[in-house]
Design a protein around this ligand. Structure first.
Ligand code: NAD
Ligand code: DAU
Length: 361
């Protein structure tokens, strides 16, 4: 790994991964291709540990000429593909962009990699890698007594977001089987931590609670997600890049499965402890159930035996310590947060998603 193309590196996990890579690897050059959609920001890339080894390119992964040019110009030997539309609720209200970015965008990157690494033989094929970052949501929804998902669980996506990610996973595997492109795939559970856009559950609850705003719980709040601190996800991807087998898939998860309601109460309890004098204490009084997400997946759970035993990775952060670190980060980054929450497009999203839920309940 010398010249690594990271797509979506101005977003939540991508920016954390760039920090992680620059810290752990003293020589790697990072080329970060990001369109800076609503979810991406240069603010996420401030204070990088080795900024001279980070090159930012503003642009679209669907732009084939641009991606071909980056591959050649920077002699890319590794691609770690994060760029995507990622919010399930947005995929329900507007699926088209998910098809374009997640499916057509992945296709465009695969074509560029095939051209440069396989057709032009730019470098020995055993020195290159396309790593595709995917999600547990491709596997569908579990009943209470179902066993957890694992690498061989059949695909059963149920939202436009998860269907578009499933599609991209299939394309990546097809390029391995058909053309011999050296790929790996990871399917990870819900991440949380610094720089997560405040439309997602944990940062939304933290920031609304800090502002004394309602905490909107979809449906009965008994849905279950598996939560992983973002640095643990970055470490898992690094393990796959350095030790993973070509053509293989690795399931990643946090071994933390509270119901949404339990998780939100845990966030409220941490805030109560930090701010006993706040007029919002107890913060749980802000909890408000609202109309459910259409097609809401009930439960996710991930069996991470393979990555544990084959690559020696396991999550380091417990949910309690990870939540405390995350809450402190949001408390210390009011400027970052206010810049997003003050934007008209963010206010428009909150109105579009939450006002309709109020009236439907
Ligand atoms: P995010 O929404 O925070 O960031 C996505 C980034 O991609 C943004 O910087 C955005 O500007 C960029 N982007 C979007 N469209 C682009 C395009 N056409 N060209 C170039 N850049 C574009 O996403 P995230 O939560 O950091 O997720 C990153 C990846 O990890 C995604 O592929 C997602 O499916 C996957 N994933 C996320 C989670 C999670 O809990 N967040 C869990 C498992 C897997
Ligand atoms: O499982 C991995 C996936 O996790 C990633 O692939 C996605 O990119 C990421 O967005 C996330 O998807 P979820 O739909 O699970 O995350 P979200 O934060 O949107 O919601 C988590 C749970 O909280 C879900 O059951 C819906 C619920 N929820 C969410 C919001 C935003 C609420 O109850 N209220 C809310 O306001």
């Amino acid at each position: 790994m010398k010249n690594i193309l990271i797509t979506g590196g101005a977003g939540f996990i991508g920016s954390n991964f760039i920090r992680y890579m620059l810290e752990i690897d003293p020589v790697v050059q990072v080329i970060n291709l990001d369109l800076l959609t609503y979810a991406g920001s240069m603010e996420n890339l401030k204070d990088l540990p080795a900024p001279e080894r980070h090159t930012f390119v503003a642009g679209d992964i669907c732009d084939r000429a641009l991606v071909n040019g980056i591959m050649n110009h920077h002699r890319i030997d590794t691609i770690v593909h994060f760029a995507a539309e990622t919010h399930v609720d947005r995929s329900i209200l507007g699926p088209a962009q998910f098809i374009q970015t997640n499916i057509v965008g992945t296709f465009s990157l695969l074509e560029a990699a095939r051209k440069y690494w396989l057709d032009e033989n730019a470098m020995p094929v055993d020195t290159v890698r396309f790593h595709h970052v995917s999600t547990d949501e491709v596997f569908g929804s579990l009943e209470p007594t179902d066993p957890p998902f694992c690498e061989t669980t059949p695909y059963d996506p149920r939202s436009p977001y998860s269907a578009s990610k499933a599609s991209s996973d299939h394309l990546v595997r097809a390029y391995h089987h058909t053309y011999g492109l050296p790929v790996t795939i990871s399917n990870c559970t819900n991440n949380y931590g610094p720089y997560q856009f405040p439309e997602k559950l944990i940062p939304l609850m933290i920031t609304n609670a800090m502002a004394g705003k309602p905490l909107p719980v979809y449906g009965d709040g008994q849905q279950i997600r598996d939560w992983l601190y973002v640095e643990d996800h970055c470490e898992a991807i690094h393990h796959i890049l350095t030790g993973g087998q070509i053509g293989e898939t690795y399931a990643i998860g946090g071994d933390n499965q509270p119901t949404n309601m339990t998780l939100i109460n845990q966030i409220c309890a941490i805030l109560d402890e930090r701010f006993p004098e706040s007029p919002n204490t107890p913060h749980s009084k802000l909890i408000k159930t609202v109309a459910d997400r259409p097609g809401h997946d009930r439960r996710y759970d991930m069996d991470i035996t393979r990555i544990k035993t084959e690559l020696g990775w396991k999550p380091r952060e417990s949910l309690g310590s990870g939540l405390t670190r995350t809450i402190e980060w949001y408390m210390n980054h009011a400027e970052w947060l206010n810049a997003i929450r003050g934007r008209e497009d963010f206010k428009g999203w909150v109105d579009a998603n939450y006002n309709a839920r109020e009236s439907k309940k």
